[in-house]
Design a protein around this ligand. Structure first.
Ligand SMILES: NC(=O)c1ccc[n+]([C@@H]2O[C@H](COP(=O)([O-])OP(=O)(O)OC[C@H]3O[C@@H](n4cnc5c(N)ncnc54)[C@H](OP(=O)(O)O)[C@@H]3O)[C@@H](O)[C@H]2O)c1
Length: 272
């Protein structure tokens, strides 16, 4: 953890900003970080969910929780969250988690949806990381967790745009981590496989088509991420399945790896 004294006084408590905190992995990050003594800024579009969570974490953990409803695909609303980060010298952790995917043949996906996915998964993530990193370097402390995906390790037929956005996230995170060596600021690319959240429903797929043993809970993913952060691991593959697939992809010739990825995607997604 960046700074995690449970007993610290309110103005020295570490502060984390979590995007996509109204559901799934982001909600679980908010819970874990509050339990560990963080104050929080929570971002997502569903204000009611964020306000309920803020009340609960305040009552259960004594956390000071600020709610910042925003659609991060909207340039003005994204700018508002960037400005909030820039105005906050106390930010010790940014969890860049908000994101969504779309299952379908690329040619059939609505162009506006492709754009929104890139705006949220790529543009918003990069701009928020850029806003947070400067003050962290000046302080010589801080961390950024960029939620990527196992899908970013190889091209993903029927998940093409999503996989490409997550390849960006992993690449950006690894490059930033290199630039930041010795500054006291850490960057992690968090790469889960399938997780039981609202993601599958939003993506338009059926999580039930996957073997249960491959599907993790948000708690497993968040615990793996926070443990990896303590160990300064830059890429956190949260399951053996993701770790082995990533290793195979990097070892096999690109053509063979692409054929294997295509065969797996056909089994999982090809519903035509
Ligand atoms: N679940 C998986 O299988 C899986 C696997 C690998 C990686 N991931 C990644 O994990 C991250 C979290 O996903 P999840 O599984 O927790 O999915 P989820 O349950 O659908 O949660 C997504 C979160 O992102 C927020 N969000 C969506 N669109 C937004 C927008 N335009 N502006 C602001 N916030 C927005 C949602 O809140 P609102 O709807 O209230 O805005 C929600 O809080 C994503 O980056 C995803 O790509 C998920």
């Amino acid at each position: 953890m960046p700074e995690s004294p449970r007993s610290s006084s309110p103005d020295t408590r570490p502060l984390a900003l979590v995007t996509g905190a109204s559901a799934g992995i982001g909600l679980c990050f908010a819970e874990r970080l509050a339990e560990q003594g963080h104050d929080l800024i929570l971002v997502a579009r569903r204000r009611d969910r964020l306000e309920d969570l803020a009340r609960r974490l305040g009552a259960d953990c004594g956390a000071d929780v600020e709610v910042q409803p925003a659609d991060l695909t909207d340039p003005a609303e994204l700018r508002k969250i960037e400005d909030r980060i820039i105005a906050e010298p106390r930010l010790s952790l940014l969890v860049n988690n908000a994101g969504f995917g779309t299952v379908g043949r690329f040619q059939d996906v609505e162009p506006d949806r492709i754009e929104s996915e890139i705006r949220l998964n790529v543009l918003a993530l990069a701009r928020l990381a850029r806003a947070a990193v400067g003050p962290m370097v000046e302080r010589g402390a801080g961390a950024i967790i960029n939620v990527s995906s196992g899908a970013g390790f190889q091209p993903g037929p029927w998940f093409a745009n999503y996989s490409a956005t997550k390849a960006f996230v992993t690449s950006l995170s690894e490059a930033m981590a290199g630039e930041l060596e010795g500054t006291g600021v850490r960057v992690q690319a968090l790469c889960p496989g399938p997780v039981s959240t609202e993601f599958a429903e939003v993506a338009g797929t059926d999580e039930g088509s996957l073997p249960d043993m491959l599907v993790q809970t948000p708690e497993q993913v968040v615990d793996a991420s926070l443990t990896a952060l303590e160990k300064d691991q830059v890429v956190c593959a949260t399951s053996t399945f993701v770790g082995v697939s990533a290793a195979l992809t990097s070892l096999l010739p690109r053509g063979i790896s692409r054929r294997l990825g295509l065969a797996l995607a056909r089994r999982t997604f090809d519903r035509d």
